[in-house]
Design a protein around this ligand. Structure first.
Ligand code: HEC
Ligand code: HEC
Length: 144
């Protein structure tokens, strides 16, 4: 396929913007409301994390298990990861926590590593806590 030049792409993009109906900011309501980005948002209700002894059931095989405890005090930054204080290979026994999954030690080429693959550093990319809330949209998903 012939590549489009940058100018053609820019022209196309402009055309799309011009053709779309003017977006109304007030139609979009996020957790911080429809306040201007420069304005301070109202505080929103922090949801209480649900707990489940033994963990929550998985909805399908290989689903990243959801987190059955509160993580408000956990920190995942470029320098630290407090989840590994309990789930890491050196700590899980002492903390009586499940060890990070075997897949977390495999790199993109399928090679098994001695330490966790750093692609797994940001746990909450895949693992999320649960809250007892009304779904935002109707959902008929059933799981296994
Ligand atoms: C103070 C120790 C501790 C810390 C810190 C901690 N966890 Fe846990 N976690 C546990 C324990 C203990 C369980 C098992 C609870 C149970 O099954 O009753 C658990 C369960 C889980 C599970 C469920 C596993 C399964 O197979 O169902 C996931 C996922 C998880 N934690 C992820 C995290 C993530 C992500 C973080 C950081 C944001 C974190 N945990 C921080 C102790 C901890
Ligand atoms: C790219 C997605 C991804 C990331 C990032 C990730 N996980 Fe997982 N995790 C999974 C999947 C999928 C599973 C289920 C398959 C398995 O056990 O390997 C899993 C399984 C687990 C389990 C359960 C293991 C078992 O034997 O039941 C724990 C505990 C866990 N992860 C903790 C963590 C922690 C802590 C981090 C961050 C250091 C993390 N995970 C990062 C996807 C991820």
């Amino acid at each position: 396929m012939k590549l489009l030049s940058k100018t053609t792409l820019a022209a196309l993009a402009l055309g799309i913007v011009a053709a779309a109906p003017a977006a109304r900011a007030t139609d979009v309501v996020s957790l911080r409301g429809d306040k201007a980005l420069t304005a301070e948002s109202d505080a929103f209700d922090r949801k209480r994390a649900m707990t489940a002894s033994g963990g929550f059931d998985r909805a399908w095989d290989l689903q990243p298990p959801t987190i059955p405890h509160n993580i408000d005090n956990d920190r995942i930054t470029i320098r630290e990861n407090t989840c590994l204080n309990c789930h890491g290979p050196e700590t899980f026994k002492k903390e009586k926590a499940p060890r990070i999954g075997d897949s977390h030690f495999v790199d993109a080429d399928g090679k098994v590593l001695e330490t966790m693959n750093q692609r797994r550093h940001f746990c909450s990319q895949c693992h999320v806590p649960q809250a007892d809330v009304k779904p935002l949209v109707e959902n008929t998903f059933g799981g296994n």
